[in-house]
Design a binder for this molecule. Sequence first.
Ligand code: PHE
Length: 341
Amino acid sequence: MNKVDQLIEEIAKSNATTQEELEQFRLRYIGKKSVLGELFSELKNVPNDQKKEFGQKINHVKQLAQEKFKSLIDQLSDEGNEELNQQHIDLTLPSSGGESGSAHPLNVVRMKIIEIFERLGFNVSDGPEIEDDWHNFTALNFPENHPAREMQDTFFIERNPDILLRTHTSNVQARLMKSDKPPFRSIMPGRVFRNEAISARAHCVFHQVEGLYVDENVSFADLKQTLYHFAKELFSQDTKIRFRPSYFPFTEPSAEIDISCHICKGDGCQLCKYTGWVEIAGSGMVDPNVLENCGIDSEKYTGFAFGMGIERITQLKYRVNDLRLYTENDVRFLKQFKTAH
Ligand code: PHE
């Protein structure tokens, strides 16, 4: 009984100014191995006539210990908040406002490109990223041993028959022409994949926008005018455009499209490598073989196609000089495009 009275006094006097002291209190008075626990196990040695009284007493101590423990916790957290308590917070003040998000630069540019072509009467078509050899290569007139089919460029998922990650959005061209009837006036944005080591200038995943226009009497002049209009809308009205002869298996003739450098206006700078021109797209008249492969009468219909990298356009428009920035999700980079659209 003496022990119990001593305990009551001890508990009442206890204090805890740190989490450690609080834990010590818990171990000593509350935990399984606490002094109270010991007292409970002593109960069996107490003579029968005193058992009841002793039992009640240690239950009382237990209760006291728990109440004290709670009040010590409260006291500690109040002390932690002391700094806060001293501040006068005006709860009626309007908030400073949260951070609002922003569209990813590649999305900003993709939406802008779509907007320009939609105004010219193009619609948007979509296609699969996992594709078969026919839609990605064969239909598009790639010769059997074309290097783009080789392992170093293409991610193959299965061989014979080949299933792969599309290497360009031109697969949607093939799908559209195979499943629908002309005329077609469509643009096809999407993700494409090539087996390249990731660096500032190359990535294994990037984005393209393909364009396809097939109808009767479509000519190279239509291609030129469409892309000229596009370049002026996207960059600025004083943008010039030039076509350089090139080669793609699926277009004949083919041309690479350059625009006048909008940074130096042709005087020469780092971006245009002092040439005054920067490349923005590949293009050409759809090869009659491609039309025929997709079941379209190449005597009746002609068409043009073009394809461009969205990363490339974004790089030119916003001077992003490292492709890896697009996928790193660094908010300091992303925040800069808040007002871009
Ligand atoms: N598919 C070509 C590429 O990935 C781009 C292109 C599309 C060129 C359409 C001409 C016509 O490089």
